[in-house]
Design a protein around this ligand. Structure first.
Ligand SMILES: Cc1cc2nc3c(=O)[nH]c(=O)nc-3n(C[C@H](O)[C@H](O)[C@H](O)COP(=O)(O)O)c2cc1C
Length: 172
């Protein structure tokens, strides 16, 4: 798909067909888009946890109680290690959240290119999620997304509600 079309047409998907599996090659292409994302000093401080086993999906889905989330056949958890990042010397700023957000955005845009649904989620129960995936010391999670195909007959909203370019751009 043409790059600007992907950006214009991508929407958060909150409806999934629980029975329709996504081929491994497609899932791998999506995660490869995250792998290729830029990060501060190219440290790539991330691990992408793809949850697909019935047992783990059950545990992970308890962290966000929406039916549409429960319907998704996969959940992707973007985790990062705070000790693997580049640290800005003058103020010790750690860009872990930025690094992970960029990787996530690459993957979210890749889902649109693949015709796979996704929805960036941060309002999850942190304790439940991190316990379920076995998060290690120094690792953090800022965002997750369900992955899956939309049900038969699903229609996009097609109404991007955004501020105008003039409202968000200041030319100096
Ligand atoms: C950082 C971030 C956190 C979000 N958290 C949630 C969330 O917890 N639950 C949810 O349903 N949507 C969540 N969203 C999706 C936004 O609501 C959605 O992207 C926004 O309303 C614009 O709609 P669109 O994605 O369809 O263009 C989140 C999006 C971002 C970027």
């Amino acid at each position: 798909m043409e790059f600007y079309n992907i950006i214009e047409q991508r929407e958060s998907v909150r409806s999934y067909d629980p029975h329709k599996k996504v081929p491994k090659t497609v899932l791998d292409r999506i995660m490869n888009a995250g792998r290729l994302a830029p990060s501060a000093a190219n440290r790539q401080p991330w691990t992408f946890v793809l949850v697909s086993s019935e047992e783990k999906l059950k545990e992970v889905k308890a962290c966000y109680k929406r039916q549409w989330f429960r319907d998704a056949p996969y959940v992707l958890v973007v985790t990062g290690n705070k000790t693997k990042t580049w640290i800005r010397s003058y103020d010790d700023y750690n860009p872990i959240e930025t690094d992970l957000a960029i990787a996530m955005d690459h993957m979210i845009l890749a889902t649109e290119n693949e015709g796979v649904g996704a929805c960036w989620i941060i309002d999850f129960d942190y304790e439940k999620l991190t316990k379920a995936i076995g998060l290690k010391k120094n690792e953090v999670v800022y965002c997750i997304t369900p992955l899956g195909y939309q049900p038969e007959g699903y229609k996009k909203r097609g109404n991007k509600i955004r501020k105008s370019l003039d409202e968000v751009v200041r030319r100096i």
